[in-house]
Design a protein. Structure first.
Ligand SMILES: *[C@@H]1O[C@H](CO)[C@@H](O)[C@H](O)[C@H]1NC(C)=O
Ligand SMILES: *[C@@H]1O[C@H](CO)[C@@H](O)[C@H](O)[C@H]1NC(C)=O
Ligand SMILES: *[C@@H]1O[C@H](CO)[C@@H](O)[C@H](O)[C@H]1NC(C)=O
Ligand SMILES: *[C@@H]1O[C@H](CO)[C@@H](O)[C@H](O)[C@H]1NC(C)=O
Ligand SMILES: *[C@@H]1O[C@H](CO)[C@@H](O)[C@H](O)[C@H]1NC(C)=O
Ligand SMILES: *[C@@H]1O[C@H](CO)[C@@H](O)[C@H](O)[C@H]1NC(C)=O
Ligand SMILES: *[C@@H]1O[C@H](CO)[C@@H](O)[C@H](O)[C@H]1NC(C)=O
Ligand SMILES: *[C@@H]1O[C@H](CO)[C@@H](O)[C@H](O)[C@H]1NC(C)=O
Ligand SMILES: *[C@@H]1O[C@H](CO)[C@@H](O)[C@H](O)[C@H]1NC(C)=O
Ligand SMILES: CC(=O)N[C@H]1CO[C@H](CO)[C@@H](O)[C@@H]1O
Length: 448
């Protein structure tokens, strides 16, 4: 019975794994997964039938090497760098505005404007900064935000290249504004100067301005010369689906973009909604079966089980092996796995036997040594008797008050008195044995 269940469980796992492998792709079948080195996950796509709607068209120009992905179509000229379906961000290149002068303070080339006009997807309100570079520079940023247009700007001045600090855009050689507002789809930025760069021309002939991802640019004094020939910078966009809220979109399930095991949330920057895989799932929430179960049991960091972990769709359960009880969890509500009482009894008995054995060992060895000592004493008594010690004692006792003049010494007393039978204490050797001279512990002098 148990074997059968285990076998079924194993087969189920195998089926799930196979399904996960088949659907682990983030694109529709028969659609391009990449353009150049940029991956194009659904809802974006390069061909009719591969994208969700026209908002998600990526025009891939294959005649270039490497192929170049452009957002919407080539008339917008917005090169795509990254598409993320996890944080719903899109990274594109935007152009640098510049205004350059010759030594005499005459503008050369036409000044270029930094601008972008997006019909869909606003600029990310977090992570983008408007930056201007120059030592005779005033920059103005105009955001076209429907009714409430947004204007900001900054001023950057300096007298010598020594006064600028690498990495600092605080108005000396470089200036930066704080984050831009939400819902900004278009902007243009212009740069101007006070003295046509005549006072700083030797090290700074141009002014520059651009909107860029904050991390993509570190100011250095070398930028004052030619901005190291950069003409574009990465900029972040926040993308979303359509212009409806989740509630409105859910009314038409044929057009609703969030598929199995996903949930919907409204965009916090501009109109539209977004999809995320439900907790316990990962993958592409815009594809049917795109959100795949996470096997929490395979990763010890993802589960709280102490002994047995069983993966379930979107979650997992903990249990305890046979002979144990508890919920098998190690979080604050968990009590782990403890052995059953009968199991506990076995453990107790085992410990009892162990302690008993040790006690037995101690007592038996104690008895053994005790017996040995007694035997020794008996032997001593026997020798005492054999050598007429008893008779001597009786005779001595018979004589009144004579215990003072004659005394039977123990072997230890004799040994001490003769200084361990030292040669120097020998008085003479006779037929009954050697005669030693000894001094008793109480000072009395004796001869034996
Ligand atoms: C691809 O890029 C080349 C060079 O910029 C251009 O001439 C061509 O028109 C582009 N093709 C498409 C389909 O946009
Ligand atoms: C690009 O898209 C816009 C609006 O979606 C359209 O007006 C224009 O004709 C398209 N251009 C090309 C070259 O497809
Ligand atoms: C959606 O998922 C992303 C990345 O996994 C996460 O950063 C974001 O907080 C999620 N959004 C919501 C509303 O749960
Ligand atoms: C600065 O340049 C502009 C355009 O080239 C010119 O009209 C203006 O006279 C110049 N001003 C100075 C102070 O050189
Ligand atoms: C800018 O500098 C920081 C540290 O100062 C560094 O972590 C980052 O990678 C640099 N960015 C670029 C684009 O060089
Ligand atoms: C600033 O950086 C440039 C090049 O990145 C370097 O040549 C210059 O010495 C640096 N200046 C300081 C003050 O570190
Ligand atoms: C910028 O371009 C000019 C001319 O094309 C070149 O001389 C210079 O070395 C380039 N600068 C950098 C930093 O690449
Ligand atoms: C929402 O988008 C649809 C098509 O994309 C368009 O026809 C409609 O006018 C838009 N509605 C609003 C309120 O912007
Ligand atoms: C639901 O969406 C589909 C596809 O966009 C469309 O063809 C259909 O007319 C819509 N139904 C309703 C009731 O709006
Ligand atoms: C998250 C991600 O895909 N980042 C990539 C964005 O594009 C740049 C350059 O094309 C890559 O270096 C990043 O790894």
């Amino acid at each position: 019975m148990e074997l059968q269940i285990n076998l079924m469980h194993a087969m189920l796992l195998w089926v799930i794994a196979a399904a996960a492998k088949a659907a682990s792709q983030t694109i529709k079948p028969d659609c391009e997964a990449t353009c150049g080195d940029v991956s194009i996950p659904y809802p974006f796509g390069t061909r009719e039938g591969c994208y969700l709607n026209d908002d998600f068209l990526i025009a891939c120009n294959h005649s270039l090497s490497p192929p170049k992905p452009l957002l919407w179509n080539s008339s917008f000229n917005l090169q795509v760098l990254n598409i993320s379906i996890e944080d719903h961000r899109l990274r594109i290149y935007t152009f640098v505005g510049r205004d350059c002068y010759d030594k005499m303070g005459k503008q050369y080339d036409q000044p270029t404007l930094a601008y972008a006009n997006l019909p869909r997807f606003p600029f990310s309100d977090k992570g983008n900064r408007f930056t201007a570079i120059g030592c005779d520079t005033i920059a103005v940023f105009n955001g076209l935000n429907g009714a409430d247009d947004f204007t900001t700007g900054c001023l950057s001045l300096c007298n010598s290249i020594r006064s600028v600090t690498n990495g600092s855009c605080s108005g000396i050689g470089c200036c930066q504004t704080s984050n831009i507002p939400k819902g900004l789809f278009s902007y243009y930025a212009s740069v101007g100067s006070f003295y046509n760069h005549t006072k700083v021309w030797s090290f700074n002939p141009c002014s520059y301005a651009f909107l860029a991802e904050e991390e993509s640019f570190n100011f250095s004094s070398a930028d004052l010369k030619d901005l190291q020939n950069r003409t574009v910078f990465p900029t972040l966009l926040d993308w979303a689906v359509g212009n409806k809220t989740c509630e409105e979109a859910k009314k038409n399930l044929t057009s609703y973009a969030c598929k199995d095991n996903s949930y919907c949330y409204n965009s916090d920057n501009g109109p539209g909604y977004r999809c995320n895989c439900s907790s316990g799932f990962q993958g592409n929430p815009y594809l049917p079966n795109g959100c795949q179960d996470i096997d929490e049991c395979a990763d010890p960091k993802r589960n709280e089980c102490t002994k047995v972990c069983i993966n379930t769709p979107g979650s997992y359960t903990c249990s305890c092996p046979k002979g144990y009880h508890g919920n098998g969890r190690r979080d604050e509500n968990g009590d782990g796995c403890t052995p059953h009482d009968d199991q506990l009894l076995i453990v107790k008995i085992a410990v009892g036997i162990f302690i008993g054995l040790i006690a037995l060992l101690i007592t038996s060895s104690w008895l053994y040594w005790g017996l040995k000592k007694r035997k020794f004493i008996k032997l001593k008594e026997k020798f005492f008797q054999q050598n007429g010690g008893l008779m001597l004692q009786q005779q001595l006792h018979g004589r009144e008050g004579s215990s003072e003049s004659v005394k039977i010494f123990t072997a230890e007393e004799l040994e001490k008195a003769t200084n361990k039978y030292d040669e120097d204490t020998i008085i003479g050797r006779g037929g009954y044995g050697t005669v030693y001279k000894g001094i008793l512990a109480d000072g009395r002098f004796n001869v034996n």
